[in-house]
Design a protein around this ligand. Sequence first.
Ligand SMILES: Cc1cc2nc3c(=O)[nH]c(=O)nc-3n(C[C@H](O)[C@H](O)[C@H](O)COP(=O)(O)O)c2cc1C
Ligand code: SF4
Ligand code: SF4
Length: 275
Amino acid sequence: MMVRGLMLEVGLARNIIFYFSGTGNSLKCALAISERLADSKLVNMGPQYTCHPDECYDRVGFVFPCYMGGLPHRVREFIATLDASILKDAYIYTVITSGGPGWLYGYLPAAVNDLLAAHDAQLSYYALLQAFSSYVVYYDMSPKVEEKNLLLEEQLAVVLDDVAEGCTRRVGRGFGLLKVMDRSGQSLAEWDREFVVNNNCISCGQCQRICPVANIQMAGGQPSWLHHCEQCLSCLQWCPKRAIDFDNKTQTRGRYHNPDISATHMISLLHDKPC
Ligand SMILES: Cc1cc2nc3c(=O)[nH]c(=O)nc-3n(C[C@H](O)[C@H](O)[C@H](O)COP(=O)(O)O)c2cc1C
Ligand code: SF4
Ligand code: SF4
């Protein structure tokens, strides 16, 4: 149930948004929230975040995709090891994007809450948003990019108002049809052994720069994977020359990234530089 509650002082707010994103859907949501709120800081959940002793925020957000019916391994690890002081007295919310409809994943906010409980904190609000389904390793992706992006925008508009106004949404234990499929505890670190590079590679190094967990190094002009992969598929999806494939599965399949996000923007945020 949604309760229109507490009106936060937007002008005075200090907000931090922790995000994780491979193909830009979750980043689009995080950026929209940060634009809507005053004084927001966007932080990639790839590396560990170091807090300053006196750092505190009015709102703390966690925005990321659903992977394997669960939380991405890195997101789980990030929240579990976050300095609890940053959460104290904050309005904490999560926005989770998935390829399937959000109601399939009603148990995911409870999974976030379980991690927060260890820090003596809990979610005030959550949203589960359906976006374009990007897991090209498992299926050929839909051609309906624009349609899915519009659908995401419609759902996002509601979330922007809710978060700006400090609305609350109670997190129950949460059920969802796909809970049985949740494989998020399983590490995907070694799956990068299946990536192959073809002759189209121009040694531009974008794959290295766009990896959110610094799992790629350039060796002899080609990417080489370091085996702490999160399977976000950012390297494969954003390669300007379609030079990266996953085993023999993706050669004939399309590539996707959110149409409103550019590689330059993704990279500049990851490396905290203006684009
Ligand atoms: C490794 C991986 C696993 C995924 N698993 C699921 C899933 O179990 N259910 C689902 O609905 N979508 C799944 N997806 C699709 C993403 O959740 C969806 O496209 C999301 O919006 C991607 O967010 P991003 O663009 O911020 O990376 C998966 C995508 C990837 C890359
Ligand atoms: S992004 Fe593509 S073209 Fe550029 S170095 Fe990586 S594999 Fe090669
Ligand atoms: S190596 Fe590729 S798939 Fe793995 S985490 Fe980095 S960008 Fe994502």
